[in-house]
Write a protein that binds this ligand. Structure first.
Ligand code: FAD
Length: 425
């Protein structure tokens, strides 16, 4: 007796994306919107654009341009490459008209010794190094773009429950019991990706002993254009500027210490913050919100399986100390969209292994390099013997004095080096 897989007749969509977070909605926009390179035609349907469906469990609270809601806790440092991609899919205007803070300078120093490196965009004739933007602003601006595209269906609230991988497509069952089908299923459903787990893709994961406390603060200093990070033996302390006197601080420490800090009332927390953070923070006038997160690094063994691909945190998590998580996720989305466009332009089925392998070859090595680099940075600034501390500080000072290395590092942080997808250039 043979057990042949039942087949789909014609899948309803070319691509179903699970997760309309920052990365998932960027993927949908890059697949379906009219970027200059978007010459994609649906397979065997020569004049039709790709049919894309996104399933999102929960959209963030609305934020209309012109309104001034309280700052969200989750913010991201968007690189120049990310800005470029968001421009190309038409989402940048929706970000700028809501809220985004440009930064031009970046400083990193060793709190134990005198090592320090200061980066300034003027040194490489750039206008800025990046923007700090609330995650929900990025997501909502991308959702605005999707709502204008007739070939994109946004299904929300909707949660993927399970799926079946068939020969010519994937059949997805939602929590509601409804089913949808596509040639390709993409997991953009974050670090605990159900798509990854159900596709049987293993993930190597390491939890760092550190946790991160994130808080929105109002400082006495006026609008800032610098983001900084000081390394102390207990972990890093970082500041990201928001609009006006607002800023976001990230405080890395042991789990126990973060829990203790989180439980303090506002006055006691404010006092602890002023005592521990460097004077660059300036006097803090108010704390608006606080939250804590465990920190992990993780990498899926594969980004692709039969008619399945993973992007963003579903595929990898990095230590947030260089603020690269969403930037590399957006690059995954743009690279996968480009690979799919190129395949369908040649009349190929975008869900086949040969097409998906190209995406994995393109992104896997670069992401592994980022995970390793951030892990090394974390390791270098752990409590170390005196000699290592001296070497570490000397390296920071050396970088500060060697313009070519410094400029190269700056370009790397801006995301403008390496093998970039077309819409990131
Ligand atoms: C403390 C901290 C600070 C950070 N700071 C930065 C920074 O400055 N810069 C930076 O680049 N990165 C930063 N990161 C990392 C960044 O937040 C993540 O890389 C980014 O959120 C990943 O985006 P994503 O779209 O892949 O996943 P997520 O943001 O997790 O989105 C996943 C989406 O999928 C949806 N979903 C999940 N399961 C289902 C399902 N079954 N069905 C339907 N929908 C589903 C969810 O509702 C969600 O909208 C930070 C992380 C931490 C912990």
């Amino acid at each position: 007796m043979t057990h042949e897989k039942p087949e789909l007749n014609v899948p309803e969509y070319d691509v179903i994306v699970v997760g309309g977070g920052m990365v998932g909605s960027m993927l949908c926009a890059a697949l379906a919107s009219d970027t200059d390179n978007n010459h994609s035609l649906g397979p065997n349907r020569q004049d039709e654009p790709l049919r894309v469906c996104v399933l999102e469990h929960q959209l963030p609270a609305a934020f209309e341009p012109g309104s001034e809601p309280a700052y969200d806790l989750r913010v991201s440092a968007l690189s120049i490459a990310s800005e470029q991609m968001l421009k190309r899919v038409g989402a940048w205007e929706g970000i700028k008209t809501r809220r985004a803070c440009e930064y031009k300078r970046l400083s990193v120093w060793d709190g134990e010794r005198d090592g320090r490196t200061d980066f300034n965009c003027a040194d490489i004739n750039a206008d800025h190094l990046g923007h700090i933007v609330e995650n929900r602003v990025i997501q909502l601006a991308l959702m605005d773009v999707l709502s204008e595209l007739t070939n994109v269906t946004v299904v929300t609230p909707a949660r993927l429950s399970r799926f079946r991988q068939l020969n010519h497509g994937v059949e997805v069952v939602l929590d509601s019991g409804n089913t949808v089908s596509a040639r390709l299923l993409v997991g953009a459903d974050g670090a605990n990706s159900v798509v990854r787990q159900q596709a049987g893709i293993a993930m190597e994961k390491k939890l760092y002993p550190q946790h991160a406390l994130v808080a929105n603060v109002q400082t006495a200093l006026s609008q800032q254009d610098i983001t900084w990070q000081r390394f102390v033996p207990t972990g890093a302390q970082a500041f990201l500027p928001l609009c006006g006197q607002q800023g976001s601080i990230v405080w890395y420490h042991s789990k126990e210490e973060i829990e203790q800090l989180k439980s303090l009332d506002e006055d006691a927390f404010l006092q602890a913050l002023q005592q521990s953070f460097p004077e660059e923070l300036g006097p803090v006038e108010a704390i608006h919100a606080r939250g804590a997160f465990p920190i992990a690094k993780a990498h899926a063994k594969d980004y692709v399986a039969n008619r399945v691909a993973l992007v963003g945190d579903a595929a990898h998590t990095v230590h947030p100390l260089a603020g690269q998580g969403v930037n590399i996720g957006l690059l995954d989305a743009a690279a996968l969209a480009q690979v799919i466009h190129e395949a369908v332009a040649k009349g190929r089925d975008p869900g086949t292994h040969a097409v998906l392998r190209r995406y994995q070859r393109w992104r896997y090595g670069d992401n592994q390099l980022m995970i390793t680099a951030l892990d090394s940075l974390y390791e270098a600034f752990k409590p170390r013997p005196m000699l290592v501390q001296q070497l570490r500080s000397a390296s920071l000072n050396l970088v500060d004095q060697m313009a070519p290395i410094k400029h190269q590092l700056m370009r790397h942080a801006m995301g403008v080096s390496g093998d970039l997808p077309d819409i990131a250039r």
